[in-house]
Design a protein. Structure first.
Lengths: 175, 197
């Protein structure tokens, strides 16, 4: 096999990356009439899993019943298919730029175990917040900003504004 | 052809799922190739050593907003036919604050954690797994948040309407602000000590 000329630290120019991302988002609106997302696919997966284990519970839940139960097929959903594509697309990029490697990325000042615990805790908190705000950085903020949605801008400012403060609190984990 | 294409009746709805996979591939590629599979690169924005998030995110916002306005002007896309997220003031702010804490703690957002999983990062997998727990907890405790979830409903307003300017003027101002921000963050990044990651 041909030697990969990249050492895993090569990235696109950020502005070129932004143009690429913006173009994909534009195409999503042009083709499917909607923006991109990520947390929605997890929400549907959770609702589908709970529906398998406890269908009665889903019928009576004011939240789950919006996505699962009855004739609804939560896994036959645009976002679920899109997220499968995200995995494939990121894998292709990782292959191209020689970044495929099983490892935990963490600051040398903290242990791998601590990093994994904080990553998981961050995921729990982010997941919770994404449901309250009806979408995450991609679905609510970025896609919302593309169509000039007021809510998209509000969510974006709330996420980044809070993260600036919170990052300082967690700074020992990062720098 | 006038978009959205799937609403034009040109394709059966099943095709939309294929487009979703293809668009997802583009989305994942753009994120990973920009460096978003690395939590320490993403988090650099908050410590000033790497502003890739700001540059990519706002460039994408400009390209998509400007593109949609042009397509609307050319009659290629009807802005009215697009899905515009409804605004619920209280839950958008509080949900955003909660996400900001999770972001600073975990170093990813949902889409970027998936990219990290795709290239084999265990911390990305931990974050992604955590999301299932967080979403499960929210869903199970929904009656507690139901009032907050639906409060402050404003319909689907555009930020330009709220500010009392045209969408074109807003996008023009967004571009000016973003360019100033790009210049500012590049200046800061040159001053801040590099962090190896």
């Amino acid at each position: 096999m041909k030697q990969n000329k990249y050492d895993g630290t090569t990235y696109l120019n950020p502005y070129l990356g932004g143009v690429l991302l913006g173009t994909v988002l534009l195409l999503a609106f042009y083709i499917s009439g909607r923006g991109l997302g990520a947390s929605g696919a997890v929400k549907n997966s959770v609702a589908a899993a709970v529906n398998v284990v406890a269908p009665e519970h889903v019928e009576h839940s004011a939240y789950y019943c919006q996505f699962a139960g009855g004739d609804k097929k939560p896994m036959n959903n645009w976002l679920v298919y899109e997220v499968l594509g995200v995995l494939a697309g990121a894998f292709l990029s990782g292959l191209l730029f020689n970044r495929l490697k099983i490892k935990t990325e963490h600051s040398p000042k903290i242990t791998e175990r601590k990093r994994l615990l904080f990553a998981m805790g961050g995921g729990v908190i982010f997941g919770f917040g994404s449901q309250l705000a009806r979408g995450c950085t991609s679905g609510a903020a970025l896609s919302g900003m593309a169509v000039l949605s007021l809510g998209g801008y509000i969510t974006m400012v709330a996420i980044f504004g809070t993260a600036f403060v919170a990052a300082w609190i967690f700074r020992k984990n990062w720098i | 052809m006038t978009g959205p294409l799937v609403a034009s009746g040109l394709f059966s709805p099943a095709w939309d799922n294929l487009f979703a996979v293809l668009l997802g591939i583009g989305f994942g590629f753009a994120l990973e190739a920009s460096g978003f599979s690395s939590a320490r690169k993403i988090i650099g924005t908050f410590f000033g050593y790497d502003f890739v998030v700001v540059k990519v995110f706002f460039t994408a916002a400009i390209v998509s907003s400007l593109g949609l306005l042009y397509m609307d002007y050319l009659g290629v896309v009807s802005f009215q036919a697009l899905y515009i997220q409804p605004t619920f003031l209280a839950s958008a702010i509080i949900g955003g604050i909660i996400m900001g804490i999770g972001f600073a703690m975990g170093g990813y957002c949902p889409g970027t954690s998936l990219c990290a999983v795709a290239v084999g990062r265990k911390d990305g997998l931990a974050f992604f797994g955590g999301m299932f727990i967080g979403i499960f907890l929210f869903s199970e405790s929904f009656p507690l948040w139901e009032k907050l979830y639906y409060s402050g409903s404003m319909g689907s307003p555009l930020i330009s309407d709220t500010l009392g300017i045209s969408p074109e003027m807003f996008t023009f101002l967004l571009i000016l602000i973003a360019l100033a921000m790009f210049a500012g963050v590049s200046w800061i990044q040159n001053k801040v000590k590099k962090v190896e990651y």
